[in-house]
Write a protein that binds this ligand. Structure first.
Ligand code: NDP
Ligand SMILES: CC(C)=CCC[C@@H](C)[C@H]1CC=C2C3=C(CC[C@@]21C)[C@@]1(C)CC[C@H](O)C(C)(C)[C@@H]1CC3
Length: 479
């Protein structure tokens, strides 16, 4: 399919793999050394898996995992191993299917990419340069330094609050780059090798984190992720806040490189569409605008991430490293990828309705998150002082009116409403752009269950009382 001023290749309708490989960068064509590396990687992954299954936790020796229920989360080592294969496979499936003609979420991929379509030294260089740039921006003087939650040893870590500043500087640099001829519109053709390089980076990074945790003091270990089973612990992450000096790897990865890469990929897809069709479509503008708002909001409220379970409870392992560095940018940009290859007509009335849905979602999401954060920072703040609360034995209180009196996770509800608004511009002819909504519902339902267990353990009877007073979890009168 070639239209407009540029050329757009769509797979699965007579386009061949060799045609795609020829376009995924000149580096991809030089296939011999990469093929060896890919084999080595496969052998390496295989070894870790085998070791993990041979060393299932024994009653003696291994420390038991400290999930509140005393059982292993995510289905234990088998579940962790399955997720380590299924998550990257899903990401590559989505990348391939988004540009295929039929764009079937549940069908087979249009082809299986060979090493030459996946491996590109240039893609790896780009991923590493991006991480380097974001790390340098992290180290710039911050407008504020925030303290995290209290740790096991009663200390608190300090975190720079300069994520939004990093977004502004990145935007300026990208703007300068594009006006100086940086070919951002080449990015859509490189998504596959970039995603592969990001996955490889996340894998190697998780391995280093795992090794680092072997010499970390017991007080630095996460409540989960220390079962003694290498596969499970590699997946969940052993160390809670791995750092070198004041550089906090988990906090850095959670908000910056992945979220900013996501909006950069969206922008590249928008520019490519403009090049191909003369101007970006209304649907593409909406998807770009909504997701940029979400990312800018996350960075503006950066400090709030310090109270999420990812920072306070989960270790830093493959799940978060892959999630932050590969899954978020390459999967969360799925709607924009789909729109580039499957343009959708969208009229102003429908666009207005979708904007309203996104605005409602954002209002609930931001209202709920800000209300809880304000309350946790200072319960006497006039904005929350009048809300009804339940006292707990820990001295902390639970909100039982306002947003948190409506359902037990109003912020998840708002997030899900926004997820719907991000998919609707893609029309209803395909299931594929709704993948994010399905995945996110599953993620939040599972996350909610994990949080409930943690809260039950923290607050005991007070939590039970809260559940009685606010019986619904996410969706009023339904769930
Ligand atoms: N886009 C994405 O991929 C993802 C987005 N998210 C979003 O991240 C945000 C943060 O989510 P998450 O970290 O899971 O959890 P929450 O922000 O919902 O935090 C849960 C914690 O809030 C506190 N809490 C719960 N109920 C009350 C209450 N009634 N009153 C006061 N405090 C209460 C408890 O901690 P304590 O009492 O210790 O303060 C509990 O552990 C959400 O908006 C979610 O939608 C999450 C995952 C993925
Ligand atoms: C399936 C898979 C690979 C699991 C890993 C899950 C991660 C992708 C998510 C876990 C929690 C996240 C959060 C955000 C992004 C996705 C991950 C990393 C978040 C940064 C998105 C922006 C929000 O405003 C947020 C800051 C509240 C949020 C925090 C949790």
């Amino acid at each position: 399919m070639a239209r407009g001023r540029g050329r757009l290749k769509i797979l699965g309708q007579g386009w061949s793999l060799s045609e795609l490989s020829a376009e995924t960068g000149a580096d991809a064509a030089r296939s011999d050394p990469p093929r060896h590396r890919a084999h080595l990687l496969g052998v390496g992954v295989g070894c870790v898996f085998l070791t993990g299954f041979c060393e299932l936790p024994t009653p003696s020796g291994a420390k038991t995992m400290a999930s509140p229920q005393g059982s292993l989360e995510f289905g234990g080592p088998l579940g962790a191993a399955a997720l380590m294969l299924v998550l990257p496979a899903t990401m590559f499936h989505l990348l391939l299917v988004a540009r295929s003609g039929p764009a079937r979420l549940l069908g087979p991929p249009p082809y299986l990419p060979g090493p030459e379509a996946l491996w590109s030294p240039r893609a790896l260089q780009l991923v590493l340069a991006w991480l380097g740039l974001q790390a340098a921006l992290y180290l710039l003087p911050a407008r504020k330094v925030a303290e995290g939650q209290e740790l096991k040893n009663k200390s608190r870590l300090r975190y720079p609050i300069n994520g939004f500043q990093a977004l502004v500087v990145t935007t300026l640099l990208v703007g300068l780059g594009v006006s100086a001829g940086l070919p951002l519109d080449a990015l859509p053709e490189m998504l596959l090798p970039l995603a592969f390089a990001a996955t490889l980076t996340a894998f190697v990074f998780s391995l280093l984190l795992y090794l680092k945790a072997l010499v970390a003091p017991a007080s630095a270990l996460a409540p989960g992720g220390n079962s003694g089973n290498p596969i499970y612990d590699f997946f969940l992450g052993r160390e809670l806040n791995p750092r070198i000096s004041s550089f906090d790897f988990k906090y850095f990865c959670e908000l910056r490189p992945g979220l900013m890469a996501w909006v950069l990929i969206n922008l590249a897809l928008l520019l490519k569409e403009a090049e191909l069709r003369g101007s970006p479509s209304l649907a593409m503008w909406l998807v770009n605008g909504f997701q940029l708002l979400y990312v800018a909001d996350a960075l503006w409220h950066e400090e709030a991430v310090l109270t999420t379970m990812d920072i306070t409870h989960d270790g830093f392992g493959f799940m978060l490293a892959f999630g932050d560095l590969a899954w978020v940018p390459f999967t969360y940009s799925l709607q924009a990828q789909f729109l580039l290859y499957h343009p959708q007509p969208l009229g102003l009335p429908m666009a207005s309705v979708i904007c309203l849905i996104n605005a409602i979602g954002y209002y609930v999401f931001r209202g709920a998150n800000s209300q809880k954060n304000t309350f946790r920072k200072n319960p006497s703040d006039p904005r929350v002082a009048d809300l009804e609360t339940i006292p707990t034995a820990t001295g902390r209180q639970l909100l039982v009116s306002g947003w948190w009196g409506m359902v037990r996770h109003p912020n998840y509800l708002g997030d899900l409403i926004m997820a719907l608004a991000w998919s609707l511009p893609c029309g209803v002819s395909h299931l594929l752009p709704y993948f994010y909504l399905f995945y996110f519902t599953a993620l939040l339902v599972h996350r909610e269950a994990r949080d409930e267990q943690q809260c039950l353990q923290k607050y005991g009877l007070a939590w039970r009382e809260y559940c009685k007073r606010v019986p619904y979890r996410i969706l009023p009168y339904v769930y």
